[in-house]
Design a protein around this ligand. Structure first.
Ligand SMILES: Cc1cc2nc3c(=O)[nH]c(=O)nc-3n(C[C@H](O)[C@H](O)[C@H](O)COP(=O)(O)OP(=O)(O)OC[C@H]3O[C@@H](n4cnc5c(N)ncnc54)[C@H](O)[C@@H]3O)c2cc1C
Length: 643
């Protein structure tokens, strides 16, 4: 399916429309939170409900693979398998030409300008070969690549240059392309998309403000109507690709409600638009600046009007794609790290032996191989779901958290430690890029905050169905702490506990049905079986936690975070084992196996057996000898301070 399928499935039906007060808001209010906190959290939750309502019921969160894996009576294995990449010829040509162009400029040293930023000439040339229009449909001047081909293509591009790959995500996923193509009227699409596709207008996404990052309800930038224009006032911070002449998707308040305005920034700073320039360690080859608006005029026709919801609804939609893109780029960064570790591990002798022969180094290489395969698996799976029309909220969050956290681990625990002191030399991959490897943990949502969002999505339906009625009954009876031995309390809850008791009985009395796995190597089959079993058992664990903390659960962040990462690890395990089972390369199978063994050890808390060390070091030794095929074509890293 093409990327348009996302739009096709974004049909709104009344029966899907969210209720006026969200579950989170109700729960916080019942739990005794301040009116401000309840309303603010409710606004975020409602934006989420509105995104949800855009999708047909079979593609909404309750029908998503992860939700079903935990709450359904059998886990739908087929929903954890990635579809094949099918790239049509025109799209393939755009992709090949784009990679070739960047490679050539890199070799000729013409990628960056005098400020050491990706040069405008380079960006223009990429427009000429169709790079910026990959995600724009053909009707509006692009080539209409499916997300399933686009996402792994970003890994390929990032192997040549991570910044150019990152800019494609900023422009196509979180920038103006996705908001216009998904939420724009036909007139807006015709007006904006051709310029965005050709790269005449590259784009950015401006959400964060000095006082509003994790808390998006604190937005202050405001657009006030003045005839056929809005006048925008306020300040944005940390905006990637914010330079004069760009088009931005600006999230700001219109009539006190978050909205998205498509703004064409002037070609030069003026009294209405100023850039706040600061030193930033991350994204050093791109522009990342603040923008200060003073009575900046934007035509009223540039306001995007989602059928339901607000600007936050639009923001959430694009962020999902960006999260898979981030994981795809991380898969490339880790390959580059590996390509740098291999020659060094062969070159460096200590105590008369090359370090490539040492277990600790082999273990790092084995681990790195597993992380790369898992990132590839998440990208393949997540992008398949997006093309099938799934909302993919939780699935995209996993890709983002895993991609960024493992990128950080790879840089610090695996790559830096193996290179020793040379890691800190100018010209070294780690020394020069450490902030590039750390920043993904923060942008597009900090990992632990996203982990809680993941958990909230997972429990929302269960909570609304079983716990909200209980909370409301308690509130109506004025009971703060229920005690079932107290007849008044039991009476107050008589009508609302039955459905939950029925659900609980089902969990204990009827075994879950067996999920049929496809043919796969025995080692991977064991991992997939473990993951399925644990995912299915987690319904009782999560529900138990909800029962225990009830309306105070929102305050039990550490527990939510722990449960969330557990589920995430199991999903990574299931996807990676299914993905690797489909690959022909035995090293990929072994890499998936060691990664899954490690996850099992973490989740069960067992001591590491010798057999695991044997497996991971054997894999590492194979990788050290050049056995990891997907590094083919990558330049081996340079050895600094050779002797
Ligand atoms: C390199 C880079 C590029 C970026 N590009 C863009 C861009 O293009 N467009 C854009 O709009 N933004 C961009 N950002 C901004 C980025 O999305 C935000 O930095 C991020 O969302 C976190 O917001 P914050 O920095 O304001 O963190 P804060 O809101 O200050 O939060 C700091 C930390 O406090 C903790 N915290 C906050 N609230 C809670 C809570 N309720 N419970 C528990 N813990 C909490 C979390 O650990 C959080 O990470 C970029 C940032 C960077 C660094």
């Amino acid at each position: 399916m093409t990327s348009e399928s996302t739009e096709t499935n974004a049909g709104v039906t009344d029966k899907n429309s969210p209720s006026p007060v969200s579950f989170a808001e109700t729960a916080l209010r019942l739990g005794g939170k301040s009116e401000e906190e309840a309303t603010r959290t409710g606004a975020i939750d409602q934006a989420d409900d509105h995104v949800e309502a855009m999708f047909q019921p079979q593609y909404q969160t309750v029908s998503s693979p992860i939700h079903r894996a935990v709450w359904d009576r059998s886990l739908p294995v087929e929903l954890f398998q990635a579809s094949e990449v099918e790239t049509d010829e025109d799209v393939q040509t755009v992709m090949d030409n784009s990679v070739e162009l960047v490679r050539r400029h890199k070799e000729q040293g013409t990628l960056l300008d005098e400020n050491k930023k990706v040069s405008e000439a380079m960006l223009d040339e990429l427009g000429g070969v169709g790079y910026w229009g990959l995600l724009v449909d053909r009707e509006h001047g692009g080539s209409g690549a499916s997300f399933r081909s686009f996402a792994p293509f970003l890994t390929r591009m990032a192997l040549v240059d991570g910044n150019i790959a990152g800019l494609a995500s900023v422009h196509g996923c979180i920038g103006a392309v996705d908001p216009v193509r998904t939420f724009g009227s036909e007139e807006q699409k015709q007006r904006f998309l051709p310029g965005l596709a050709s790269g005449e207008r590259l784009s950015a996404f401006a959400l964060t403000e000095p006082g509003a990052g994790s808390d998006l309800t604190a937005l202050k930038t405001r657009a006030e109507r003045n005839g056929d224009h809005f006048l925008v006032n306020g300040e944005k911070l940390f905006i990637t690709n914010a330079v004069p002449g760009r088009t931005i998707g600006l999230v700001c308040l219109v009539d006190d409600s978050p909205a998205v305005l498509i703004c064409e920034l002037p070609d030069e700073e003026n009294d209405q638009v100023q850039f706040n320039k600061y030193g930033l360690y991350a994204l050093k080859q791109q522009y990342n600046q603040g923008i200060i608006f003073k009575d900046f005029k934007v035509p009223v026709d540039n306001l995007l009007k989602p059928v339901r919801g607000t600007g936050l609804t639009i923001a959430y939609h694009g962020l999902n794609l960006g999260r898979i893109a981030l994981c795809a780029i991380s898969a490339a960064s880790m390959r580059i790290m590996m390509a740098g570790m291999l020659p060094w591990a062969q070159y460096r002798y200590t105590y008369g032996e090359k370090i490539a022969h040492r277990e600790l180094v082999q273990r790092r290489l084995g681990r790195l191989a597993g992380l790369i395969v898992a990132c590839d698996a998440l990208v393949a799976w997540g992008s398949s779901l997006i093309d099938q029309g799934y909302r993919g909220e939780m699935e995209c969050i996993i890709a983002k958290i895993f991609g960024s956290e493992m990128g950080k681990e790879a840089a610090i625990e695996l790559c830096m430690k193996t290179h020793g002191g040379r890691s800190f030399l100018h010209g070294h991959l780690i020394g020069d890029n450490i902030h590039e490897y750390l920043a993904p943990c923060i942008y597009e949502g900090e990992g632990e905050m996203l982990g809680m969002a993941f958990f909230k999505s997972l429990v929302k339906h269960h909570g609304t169905r079983f716990f909200e009625p209980v909370g409301k009954a308690l509130q109506a009876a004025g009971i703060k702490k229920p005690n079932m031995l107290n007849p008044r309390h039991a009476w107050a809850l008589k009508g609302v506990l039955g459905p939950y008791a029925g659900w609980m009985a089902g969990q204990y009395l009827w075994p879950r049905s067996w999920s049929q796995l496809p043919p796969m190597p025995e080692s991977l089959k064991q991992h997939a079986t473990f993951a399925i079993d644990q995912l299915q058992k987690s319904a009782k664990q999560i529900s138990g936690t909800m029962r225990k903390h009830q309306l105070k659960l929102a305050d039990r962040q550490c527990r939510m975070s722990e449960l969330s990462s557990r589920i995430q690890s199991l999903v990574v395990m299931l996807c990676t084992s299914l993905y690797a089972a489909n690959q022909q390369d035995e090293v990929v199978v072994d890499a998936a196996d060691v990664l899954c063994q490690q996850i099992t050890l973490e989740l069960t808390g067992r001591r590491t057996p010798d057999s695991f060390y044997r497996d991971i070091t054997r894999l590492g030794a194979t990788v050290a000898e050049g056995g990891f095929a997907s590094l083919t074509g990558l330049e081996p890293g340079e050895i600094l301070m050779n002797y």
